[in-house]
Design a protein around this ligand. Structure first.
Ligand code: GDP
Length: 195
């Protein structure tokens, strides 16, 4: 699945710009700066693939990447920007709701959580939206290398507690570090079973 070409397909700002949902896909959500672009690049083995989605102006778009012959990886816009204008947040929420409720080909959402910070209020909001949209989601912990092993367990316990409240949550989370290559193969394998 990840051996072939991965390419940026398009950035979408409205539902009518979505590529046809004729292939299975998974999507990635997370607070801005959680390490989403870096993770997508690590997954696909492409150094600058998801950088396009991080450039100013692209951050409010849903970005589609091909994965293998007939699948998409979907990069949702980062949320939780400090000082984001209300109008921007509202526009983002409308697009996200439309995507999550209207995408038959979406198999799973991965919600990225920074291992240093655990689940924040904005992450809870996304998880609740996923519940309401009946989209199964799985938590991916990012930047695990930034937290000492002895300190990880307390965070992971907090995250497990948060996940337990969400009916759409897949109970197992995946611990990753794009920097160290930790957990990337596990995430690839999970995606391969889904699409
Ligand atoms: P995004 O806004 O979620 O797309 O976040 P980025 O992928 O741009 O990453 C934000 C910052 O975190 C960058 O400076 C990355 O180099 C850094 N980062 C991302 N993943 C890791 C990781 O696994 N370990 C460490 N130490 N830093 C990371």
């Amino acid at each position: 699945l990840f051996a072939g070409e991965t390419d940026f397909v398009k950035g979408v700002v409205a539902m009518d710009g979505m590529p046809p949902d004729d292939r299975l896909e998974v999507c990635f959500a997370g607070r801005s700066n959680v390490g989403k672009s870096t993770l997508i690049n690590a997954l696909t083995g492409r150094k600058a693939l998801a950088r396009a989605s991080n450039t100013p102006g692209r951050t409010q778009e849903i970005n589609f990447f091909t994965c293998g012959e007939s699948h998409y990886l979907v990069d949702l816009p980062g949320y939780g920007y400090a000082n984001a204008p209300v109008k921007t947040v509202e526009k983002w929420q409308r697009l996200l709701k439309a995507y999550l409720s209207g995408r038959a080909s979406l198999r799973r959402a991965f919600v990225l959580i920074d291992t240093r910070h655990g689940v924040k209020a904005v992450d809870e909001e996304i998880m609740s939206l996923l519940d309401r949209s009946a989209v199964t989601f799985q938590v991916v912990m990012t930047k695990a290398d930034k937290v000492k092993e002895s300190e990880r367990e307390a965070i992971l316990t907090q995250v497990r507690g948060a996940i337990a409240k969400h009916p759409a949550a897949y109970p197992e989370m995946i611990l990753t570090s794009s920097e160290k290559g930790l957990g990337i193969d596990v995430l690839r394998a999970v995606i391969a079973t889904l699409v």
